[in-house]
Design a protein around this ligand. Structure first.
Ligand code: ZN
Length: 178
């Protein structure tokens, strides 16, 4: 079984998508705009003009409202090499990240990066996406791999083939208990 078909990955991804949609809907409500309307698309364009002003979930929510005029995919979610998507994807990473009260320090940063990788996984190598995707459920729960755990995971990832990497489902062989 591929990791993308396993419920562990799918439920983590669904939880992230729901949190992005919730953040976007709350932001729209606070701006007096109804989600899904042309006004909401205009609001999304405004957010992308300076993403450093906004929480990363609001920025990802804004990207979800827009279609790339060059490749036709969701903006920032097209293939690597689509100039407009590459640019929009860069904007994503200027956004704010505030640690949740019950999470470890820097958890929100790791969660944000892992979410971007898992949501647009075709933009990353099997090596890059395996480490982030396997850590995603643990990050959602507010925990973090330690630096030695992350280093060990990286070493093991480099010993596996692309196919083996996409079939990894359990994080423990890579990270140990996190
Ligand atoms: Zn594109």
């Amino acid at each position: 079984m591929l990791r993308v078909d396993h419920h562990r990955f799918r439920s983590a991804l669904a939880e992230i998508e729901a949190s992005i949609d919730a953040a976007w809907n709350t932001f729209c409500a606070g701006s007096g705009v109804t989600p899904g309307t042309p006004e909401a698309q205009e609001l999304a364009q405004i957010v992308l003009q300076d993403t450093s002003e906004f929480d990363w979930r609001v920025v990802d929510g804004a990207l979800k409202q827009l279609t790339c005029t060059e490749c036709g995919n969701g903006l920032g979610a097209g293939p690597l090499g689509c100039a407009a998507c590459d640019l929009a994807n860069g904007f994503r990473f200027a956004a704010q990240e505030t640690d949740r009260p019950d999470a470890q320090s820097r958890n929100e940063h790791a969660l944000r990066v892992s979410s971007a990788v898992a949501r647009t996984r075709h933009r990353y190598t099997p090596q890059a996406r395996t480490g982030y995707e396997l850590a995603l459920p643990c990050l959602l729960a507010g925990r973090m791999p330690t630096t030695p755990q992350a280093q060990r995971a990286k070493d093991r990832i480099n010993q596996l083939s692309d196919d083996e990497l996409d079939r990894l489902i359990d994080p423990r062989p890579l990270y140990g208990d996190v």
